[in-house]
Design a protein around this ligand. Structure first.
Ligand code: MCA
Ligand code: AMP
Length: 464
């Protein structure tokens, strides 16, 4: 069973989870999810408006019970992005909480999740895909990554091994429920290990400090804010393990957390397309700036620009390639994009540049492409933001880059050639409304021209 916590052995052991102050026992979760599962059985996919609520958890578990792939829709996604996800995934149903029942569903039928409903679901899970997760590439609209049930199971079991994660743990986090980090690790993880989950609604330092958990997840921006709030970090002294991921954890934040909480954080690395593949371990060295060793079943290699192998000497850079049982099954309807990411011998090209030490420890140095930006742990494609900006009538052209930022890691900066009167704030609001709020440029620079090479291609490195 994928979610062992819903198995008979665990059912009566109290609250399984609390999301933003609302508690659900395992019985309640299973009953409410069973009711939804009965209504969606046989559907090709179930979209879920993924606010941080118990309804989102219930709908996700319902999809897994019924064997219907779950398509989380970011709640801050504007009309353009929401329509793309619903149409591209082909989901005929959109699960929402009662408060959202009037939402625009672009042809899908809105299904209201009622946490008080109870029904046993007798069917057997069918399809192999557990999730279709939308994620940005360097260009174009986000692509749907097909994540199988077996990849989820292998990925979670490998993490449970590395982090000694058991039914005794209470996981605390407040991450969005439409990514691998917040949803697959952060919700299905505790349901697979049998432990508890406290989701804080938002990932604030104060909420983490007050939650009293044993295991904490955060993106580096969250850890940097916790570390900056000294008292909050000190409150985490009673925890067992603090885990960081989704973007590089600055060494200064690592050290500050260790000083204040007494815990050297565990850092792990992954992608939507591969789930988590590398991590330092609960019982091993936690080295600042390092994402540790391959998880169970994972193999890694570095490939040079000439396609040849790169020595594992802790110095020589190469593109990181990975293989393992948690890799995704490809992009929905995009065999072309999938072929670009896989080698002939079945390895996934991460697009991240790394070094591997003689001791096997991995360090991520950066991304090969300047067109994938990581801001607050969110992956943002420069091309997608540029296309949204060009849709504005007062924009002649735009180039988007990620600039270093002490809080968010990188911030989205747009260089725009105006075609009429417009302000930076207007363009920021325009992107926030059409795509997702977190994809909005935080800085807009109006320019007369963009630096270009002889072929007319914008020189992003010069802008960054
Ligand atoms: C601001 N707001 C706006 C605008 N500006 N709304 C509309 N239009 C605007 N122009 C509102 C927002 O809606 C929000 O409202 C509030 O202002 C704050 O938003 P923002 O400034 O964007 O928040 P932030 O403080 O910058 O966010 C920091 C964060 C966030 C909380 C750390 O970046 C975050 O949640 N990151 C986690 C990303 C993540 O989980 N990534 C995992 C993917 P309101 O407050 O009402 O909402 S990676 C993954 O899955 C892999 C496999 C892995 O390795 O883990
Ligand atoms: P996403 O698919 O949103 O998870 O983004 C995946 C990308 O996030 C990876 O390709 C890396 O560039 C980055 N990433 C995730 N975890 C880490 C980490 N611990 N250190 C550095 N980069 C990371």
């Amino acid at each position: 069973m994928l979610l062992k916590a819903l198995d008979g052995r665990y059912r009566d052991s109290g609250d399984a989870l609390v999301v933003d102050g609302v508690a659900l026992s395992r019985e309640q979760l299973l009953g409410a999810a069973g009711a939804v599962a009965s209504r969606i059985a046989g559907a090709p996919a179930l979209a879920v408006l993924a606010r941080p609520t118990v309804e989102t958890v219930i709908a996700t578990v319902a999809g897994l019970l019924a064997g219907v792939p779950v398509v989380p829709v970011p709640p801050d996604a504007g009309p353009k992005e929401r329509e793309h996800i619903l149409r591209d995934s082909g989901a005929p149903l959109l699960a929402v909480a009662a408060a959202d029942r009037g939402v625009e569903a672009y042809g899908a039928r809105v299904l209201t999740v009622d946490p008080a409903e109870r029904s046993a679901f007798a069917g057997e899970p069918g399809g192999a895909a557990a999730f279709i997760l939308y994620t940005s590439g360097t260009t174009g609209a986000p692509k749907g990554v097909l994540i199988s049930r077996s990849a989820v199971a292998a990925g979670l079991d490998a993490l449970a091994g590395a982090w000694a994660w058991t039914a005794e743990d209470t996981l605390v986090h407040g991450l969005p429920l439409f990514h691998v980090h917040g949803l697959i690790l952060g919700v299905l993880g505790p349901l697979r290990t049998g432990g508890r989950l406290v989701h804080t609604g938002r990932p604030t330092a104060a909420a983490y400090a007050a939650a009293g958990g044993s295991l904490y997840f955060g993106v580096p921006t969250v850890w940097s804010r916790v570390a900056a709030d000294g008292a909050a970090a000190e409150e985490l002294a009673g925890a067992r393990l603090l885990v960081s991921g989704s973007a590089p954890l600055p060494v200064t934040v690592f050290e500050r957390l260790r000083e204040l909480s007494g815990h050297a954080p565990v850092e792990r690395y992954g992608m939507t397309e591969t789930l988590i593949t590398l991590s330092t371990r609960a019982d091993g060295e936690r080295r600042p700036g390092s994402v540790g060793l391959p998880l169970a079943g994972v193999r890694t290699r570095l490939v040079g620009e000439d396609g040849g192998p790169v020595p594992h000497d802790g110095e020589t850079l190469g593109e990181l390639q990975v293989s393992g049982p948690m890799l995704s099954a490809g992009y929905l309807g995009r065999p072309d994009a999938d072929a670009e990411c896989r080698t002939a011998d079945g390895w996934f090209r991460t697009g991240d540049v790394a070094v591997i030490g003689a001791d096997g420890f991995h360090r991520i140095v950066g991304r090969a492409s300047v067109d994938l930006i990581k801001s607050g742990g969110f992956r943002i494609g420069a091309g997608e933001v540029e296309a949204a900006l060009r849709d504005h009538p007062a924009v002649a052209d735009a180039a988007v880059v990620g600039a270093p930022d002490p809080d968010l890691g990188q911030v989205v900066v747009a260089y725009v050639i105006p075609a009429g009167p417009v302000t930076g704030d207007q363009l920021t609001a325009f992107v926030a409304e059409r795509l997702s709020v977190h994809k909005r440029p935080r800085r807009v620079v109006l320019v007369d021209d963009l630096p270009r090479n002889a072929m007319g291609k914008v020189l992003k490195a010069e802008l960054a």
